[in-house]
Each structure stands twice: as structure tokens, then as C-alpha cells.
Ligand binder design. Structure first.
Ligand code: NAG
Ligand code: NAG
Ligand code: NAG
Ligand code: NAG
Ligand code: NAG
Length: 487
């Protein structure tokens, strides 16, 4: 009996001892639940690229037009100095990691020697008909670690099969298989609904196309007016809506439908699908190179940057090669200026000099979700989260001196890996509101209307959100190119 009692007693003591040890050990707080829908892995990777490049190139480059007729003689295509390495180097110097090439535009001329048509580089004098622009583009990109995207125009003004639903869809699918089977990894494919008003009636078999694309390429994002992975932003100016949700209902979208342009621009806070927008715009007035045109001014490019990347969007900037087959010096120069301006503005975060505080925080000091997380550089999966009960008016603030906190740009980023949440926010400097807005998303930039401000406390108040706001990064920046009174 005594022995049994002793065994019980020691095992109880042992259990008590273990319990004491484990309550001393720090058990990290778990992350909060996500709010659906969430980005897929490839969409999250895409979003972090911020700027990607479009290259419009083809017979239009040589005929000085934007929409070819389809009757162009392939003999006009002769870019004697073509060097895709120069295109890729231009992109790399601008910090761009994905480039999309127009493998075929509306004129139907193919930049690769397609088996299924003669209307291609095969019949051009360039490299005696032995050239392949798609291959040269892919090789050059691979050599510099840049990812590749393809545009294959649905509308085709050359091919006789266009207008016959079955024949043309078979042709289109055959070309998709050529492009997605033979040129390695493709990260984005672009479908649009552009079409002249007199074009023959044609139903595109989008479901067949999309299934085929996903079958042939595992990490690709499909862009179209209707997604499924990336949606059009609804205009070609490079401007997202000042309210911009990555969420929308795919069932509300259709391709080539002008009545949904507003919805594309702003998204839908109740949307059940993650389909973030892409802002396509050209560095020049046209999409193709024209001798008479020149690139936009730096201030215009920055305006586009703030209204696209700064509004939870991706900027797809078109930089067209010229008739020599090279990107013009003027454009190369402007892109360098653009990158250098972005680096000048954002490489210094004045908030890092201050002390960060918040209305509350999830978890304890160690391994928790404290406000200091908004100042680390690895920003997507480390974030500030308020306590579960702090739903009324959560805030986060930076304290410093007036000399330290002198800025004209505020950057806020949400931890979108757990869903896009913020619906309305306000920014105060020493109690005075200097900016406010609706959505934040991956990145929201506020260029202050009143120019440079300074103060000791910069507070961001989250006035409305879906569940708790999760903020991954905050920046206070000085943009020397921003002169609001001169705009
Ligand atoms: C396309 O179809 C519509 C209605 O079915 C018709 O009114 C129109 O004339 C057709 N257009 C062409 C170019 O065939
Ligand atoms: C265009 O979009 C609207 C709004 O979603 C929809 O009602 C209409 O059916 C669409 N039209 C076409 C041709 O898909
Ligand atoms: C999107 O779908 C959700 C859920 O079904 C619905 O509540 C919302 O109203 C839809 N949005 C639009 C614009 O139809
Ligand atoms: C195309 O750009 C290259 C590089 O800037 C330049 O050397 C060449 O002259 C340009 N070609 C034309 C036709 O402007
Ligand atoms: C921003 O503040 C102004 C002035 O108080 C107000 O009229 C506007 O509705 C606010 N906008 C948002 C999105 O909160």
C-alpha cells in the first residue's frame, strides 16, 4: 500500500514539475486566421514584382501603325540589329524581373516560325527567314534570370480561319501548345478582348484555352479582363482606382465588356475570388515604336507609379523596340531615371529612426505580433496585429523628433498573405489629418497634397476593416520630385 502511494505521489510530482516547466517556456502565439479569399502562391510572387515590362514588336513597328491590317508583307520585317540582350539588360537595370513579348499582335504576324501559318518570321528577310524572336527573347531573359511572359492576340486580322469558330479555335490552341511547350517556363500569358467593330463574329473557347495553359505551365498567371489569375484594371492610362480590392467575383466578369470597366478598376470588397489588377500603359503615346514619338516625362511616370503600384496594383510598362530591333536610347535613359527616382524616394525610411507604438498587440513581447514588425525589411510574413478585442479603432504610430520625421510620402502595406482587409484609414501628424483613404492592400502610397510635413507623432488609424487589420510595413519617405503646387 505504501509502495503504491509512493508511486502515485512521485508521478504526481513529476507531472506537476513538467507543468511548471512548460508554463515557464515561451509558447509562441499563433498567427490569426486568414480572411478569404487568399492569393495563390504564383499570384503572391507576381504581386511582389511591382513593375513588369511589355515589349510590343512586330510588323507594326515597320509600318508605323498601331493596329496592322493583316495584309502586311512579311518582307517589311527586318530588324537588322536585333539584340534581345539589350532589351533584357534595359529591364534588369530598371529592376524589372518579368517581361512579356507580343508573340502575335492583331495583324496575325508571328514572331516565331509557327508550323501552322506562313505569316511569320519564316517569310521575312530577317536572318534569311531562319530567325525566331521568341527564342532569342527567351534565351536573353534566361541568361539574366528574368522571367518570361507571352501575348498571343485572340483577334487575328490575317488568318482566313478567323470567323469560323471551330477552325480558328483549333488554330489558336495549336499555337498556344507551340508557345507553351517549346520555350521553357512562361510566367504570365496575356489575353485581351481588343477587336475592331467590323471584325467577323467569333466566339473564343476561353475555357479550352485556360485549361490548356494551366496544363502546360504550372506556375503561370493568366491575365484577361476576367482573370482567372490577374484582371485588367479597366483603362490603359496606368491608373488603378483609389479604392482597389484584389478581390472580385469572377462570375461578374467577362472579356471585352465595356460595362465592367468600373468594377475592374476598383474590385469588390465582397468578392469571393482573388483576382488582382494589372495596369498596362506604354512609356510612349503608342504601344509600338514610332519615329515621331518620344517617351513620357519622369514626372508622368512617377504619377503612374503612385497610381498603380501605390494603389495595390502591378504596373505593366510597355517599352517598344525600334526598327533596328533595339530599345531606343531615349527610352533606356528615361527608364534609368525612373528606377533611380524610385530608389531615391524609397531607399530611406525615416520611420526607422523613430519608436513605433500601437493601440495593442497580439501575443507577448517575444514571438508576438508587435508594432516593430512594420519596420523590418522582410515584410510580407512579419506584421503588426492588434489584440482580438481591439476592433474599435486600432492605431499604430511612429514617434520621433520633428527633424527626424520630415516627409511627403506615407507607405502602408498589408500582410495580404492573410487576406486584404483594410477598408478605410487615416493618417495624422501631431493630431492633424494629412491624408486618408479606403483600401491599402499590398501597397498604398500617399503623396501628401500639402507637400513636406514634419512632426513628432505620425499616427495611422484603421477606421474600418474586415476583421483585424494586419500591417506588414510602414514607411515615411521624402520624394524630392514631388512639388504639388507645380502640378
Ligand atoms: C455579328 O452578329 C450580329 C448578331 O448575331 C449581327 O447583327 C452582325 O451583323 C454580325 N457581324 C458580322 C461582321 O458578321
Ligand atoms: C457585361 O457585363 C454585365 C455586368 O456584369 C453583364 O450583365 C452582361 O451580361 C455582360 N455582357 C456580356 C456580353 O458578357
Ligand atoms: C459577390 O459575391 C458575394 C458572395 O456571393 C456577394 O455577397 C456579392 O454581392 C457579390 N458581388 C457582386 C458585385 O455581385
Ligand atoms: C534604335 O535604338 C538604337 C539604340 O538606341 C539606336 O542605335 C538606333 O539608331 C535606333 N534605331 C532607329 C531606327 O531609331
Ligand atoms: C477623407 O477625409 C475627408 C475630410 O474629412 C472626408 O470628406 C472624406 O470622406 C474622407 N475619405 C475617406 C475615404 O475616409
Amino acid at each position: 500500500m505504501f509502495k503504491l502511494w509512493c508511486t502515485l505521489c512521485t508521478s504526481t510530482l513529476f507531472l506537476l514539475f513538467n507543468f511548471a516547466i512548460s508554463s515557464l517556456a515561451i509558447v509562441p502565439t499563433t498567427p490569426p486566421l486568414p480572411i478569404l479569399p487568399l492569393p495563390a502562391f504564383s499570384q503572391l510572387k507576381w504581386q511582389q514584382r511591382e513593375i513588369i515590362m511589355f515589349c510590343h514588336f512586330g510588323v507594326n513597328t515597320f509600318s508605323d501603325s498601331e493596329w496592322g491590317t493583316g495584309k502586311e508583307n512579311p518582307a517589311i520585317f527586318n530588324p537588322v540589329g536585333l539584340d534581345a540582350n539589350q532589351w533584357v539588360n534595359t529591364a534588369v537595370e530598371a529592376g524589372i524581373s518579368l517581361m512579356i513579348l507580343t508573340a502575335k499582335h492583331h495583324d496575325g504576324f508571328c514572331l516565331w516560325p509557327s508550323k501552322y501559318t506562313d505569316h511569320s518570321v519564316k517569310r521575312s528577310p530577317w536572318k534569311n527567314g531562319k530567325g525566331d524572336v521568341v527564342q532569342e527573347f527567351v534565351n536573353a531573359a534566361k541568361a539574366r534570370g528574368v522571367d518570361v511572359g507571352i501575348y498571343l492576340s485572340p483577334w487575328d486580322r490575317h488568318d482566313k480561319r478567323y470567323g469560323d469558330d471551330l477552325q480558328y479555335n483549333e488554330y489558336y490552341l495549336a499555337q498556344l501548345q507551340e508557345l507553351l511547350n517549346n520555350y521553357g517556363s512562361v510566367r504570365e500569358i496575356w489575353f485581351d478582348g481588343a477587336k475592331g467593330s467590323n471584325a467577323p463574329n467569333m466566339s473564343y473557347y476561353f475555357s479550352d484555352w485556360f485549361y490548356m495553359v494551366k496544363e502546360l505551365q504550372s506556375s503561370i498567371n493568366i491575365f484577361s479582363d476576367a482573370g482567372p489569375d490577374v484582371r485588367w484594371v479597366g483603362n490603359e492610362k496606368g491608373f488603378a482606382g483609389s479604392t482597389c480590392w484584389s478581390t472580385v467575383n469572377r462570375t461578374s466578369l467577362s472579356i471585352g465588356n465595356a460595362s465592367i470597366e468600373n468594377l475592374l478598376n476598383t474590385g469588390d470588397p465582397r468578392g469571393t475570388d482573388w483576382v488582382p489588377p494589372e495596369c498596362d500603359v506604354s512609356i510612349r503615346p503608342g504601344w509600338f515604336w514610332h519615329k515621331s514619338e518620344s517617351p513620357k516625362k519622369l514626372s508622368q511616370l512617377l504619377e503612374i507609379y503612385y497610381n498603380s503600384v501605390g494603389r495595390n496594383c502591378l504596373l505593366l510598362l510597355n517599352v517598344p523596340p525600334n526598327t533596328t530591333g533595339l530599345i531606343s536610347d531615349t527610352d533606356v535613359h528615361r527608364l534609368k531615371e525612373f528606377r533611380s527616382a524610385i530608389d531615391t524616394i524609397f531607399s530611406t525610411n525615416l520611420a526607422e529612426k523613430g519608436i513605433v507604438k500601437a493601440s495593442s498587440q497580439r501575443g507577448g513581447k517575444v514571438g508576438g505580433f508587435g508594432p516593430e514588425n512594420v519596420l523590418d525589411s522582410d515584410h510580407i510574413w512579419t506584421y503588426w496585429a492588434p489584440r482580438d478585442v481591439d476592433v474599435k479603432d486600432p492605431w499604430i504610430e511612429i514617434r520621433g523628433t520633428s527633424e527626424m520625421l520630415r516627409f511627403n510620402v506615407v507607405r502602408i502595406q498589408e500582410a495580404i498573405g492573410l487576406g486584404q482587409r483594410i477598408k478605410r484609414h487615416e493618417i495624422y501628424v501631431d493630431g492633424k489629418m494629412v491624408a486618408n483613404g479606403t483600401t491599402v492592400g499590398y501597397k498604398r502610397l500617399h503623396r501628401l497634397d500639402e507637400g513636406i510635413v514634419h512632426g513628432q507623432v505620425v499616427r495611422i488609424r484603421i477606421r474600418e476593416s474586415k476583421g483585424l487589420p494586419l500591417i506588414s510595413s510602414i514607411g515615411l519617405h521624402l520624394d524630392p520630385f514631388w512639388h504639388p503646387n507645380e502640378q
